[in-house]
Design a protein around this ligand. Structure first.
Ligand code: ZN
Length: 378
């Protein structure tokens, strides 16, 4: 078993989920709130986790996490946590349950409104409940990251960043992803790939984080773990490498993300559409890569090398063709976004935190052009 010690301790191996009782004991958790969603429950994964937790009467379950976590859902989980006097949280699922659990671990011990903690809230967070994250997808990296994304009451999709939001312990068991359908494997996998690419391109100086991002790309793309995991969900080596690429993506994005995430967050907040974060990133990536080409030549070459591309290959074209092979949509129009959305999306993206670490400054009008390009890209 690999034990990765960066911001938290991450137990990483097939069967690592067996570590859960010890992890809970180490954090003094005796009455956990298990935060998950309906999909994980129906897939039987929540039961597999409960089997490791011993006395089920001591476990509270919140399984109402929406596809994109909302403040209302956070507060429902928080009430359950308080009412049952839970002393810690175990999050099981993709990025949404893990992010919702982070917010609940904060709100369980806070009387201020959630939005007060938006942005980089150094020093504002006094206390959070102990938390263990068990990812069941390979993409978000939320199990080792300082951030969470929540749609607050007024409809904005906000990023929250604080060291306290890093789960105390992460348990990465690639076997938990073996039943993930091909479509979700592709979409979440492209989220991990986008994290690695945007983190490397970010102008923040942090060569170790960059090296981790490049390793993630080598595993996912040059090593073909992503395409193999999509083609055959039971390919355990591919699942291991995708989960590692996902965790690495989050280690890398301590440097920040970029315009792809700013645009993707804006689209993810569109009411009624419930668009998947990873799918959005995959679809938006080619247009942003072309926009960022000016001034990022050396980094784009390093990224291309890590991905096993020839020097003359266009990274944007490679991603476009990869998306098609993975069965992902070609453009935003195919996802239900229309020209009428663009103005609002551009405004939201320009305000998004990820805009600040895009390698090339992006204005609101740049975003309008980028959204138009991504809307009907062939
Ligand atoms: Zn992401």
């Amino acid at each position: 078993m690999a034990t990765l010690s960066f911001f938290n301790t991450c137990f990483f191996d097939f069967g690592a989920v067996g570590r859960l009782p010890k992890a809970m004991a180490a954090l003094g958790i005796s009455k956990p709130l298990l935060v998950t969603d309906q999909g994980i429950r129906h897939a039987g994964i929540a039961d597999r986790i409960l089997d490791h937790l011993g006395d089920r009467s001591q476990v509270e379950i919140f399984d109402e996490t929406p596809g994109n976590p909302t403040e209302a859902a956070v507060m429902a989980a928080t009430r359950q946590c308080r009412d049952s006097a839970c002393d810690g949280i175990v999050a099981v699922g993709g990025g949404s349950p893990i992010d919702l659990a982070k917010a609940a671990s904060l709100m369980a011990l806070s009387d201020r409104p959630l939005a007060d903690y938006a942005g980089v809230s150094r020093g504002k967070v006094k206390q959070v409940l102990p938390m263990i994250a068990v990812p069941t997808t390979a993409g978000t990296g939320s199990e080792v990251s300082v951030g969470m994304i929540i749609i607050v009451q007024d409809g904005r999709k906000l990023t929250f960043v604080a060291d306290e939001f890093i789960p105390d312990i992460a348990i990465c068991d690639p076997d938990l992803t073996s039943g993930l359908p091909a479509g979700l494997t592709a979409a979440t996998g492209m989220d991990a790939v986008t994290h690695c690419i945007e983190a490397v391109l970010s102008p923040v100086v942090n060569p170790p984080a960059e090296a981790i991002g490049l390793d993630g790309l080598e595993r996912a793309i040059a090593g073909q773990a992503l395409e193999r995991a999509v083609a055959d969900g039971a390919d355990r080596e591919a699942r291991w490498n995708m989960m590692m690429a996902s965790t690495e993506g989050a280690y890398a994005f301590v440097k920040g993300l970029g315009a792809v995430h700013a645009m993707s967050h804006a689209c993810g907040a569109l009411p009624g559409l419930h668009l998947h974060h990873g799918t959005l990133n995959a679809v938006l990536l080619p247009a942003v890569l072309r926009f960022n080409a000016d001034g990022s030549a050396e980094k784009l070459q390093r990224i291309g090398r890590a991905m096993g591309l020839a020097a003359a290959d266009s990274l944007a074209d490679f991603i476009r063709l990869l998306n098609a092979r993975l069965g992902l949509p070609a453009n935003l129009a195919a996802m239900g976004v229309t020209g009428n959305h663009i103005e609002g999306l551009a405004e939201a993206a320009a305000q998004d935190m990820a805009t600040q670490t895009n390698p090339r400054p992006v204005s609101r009008s740049d975003y309008e052009l980028l959204f138009s390009e991504a809307l009907d890209m062939a």
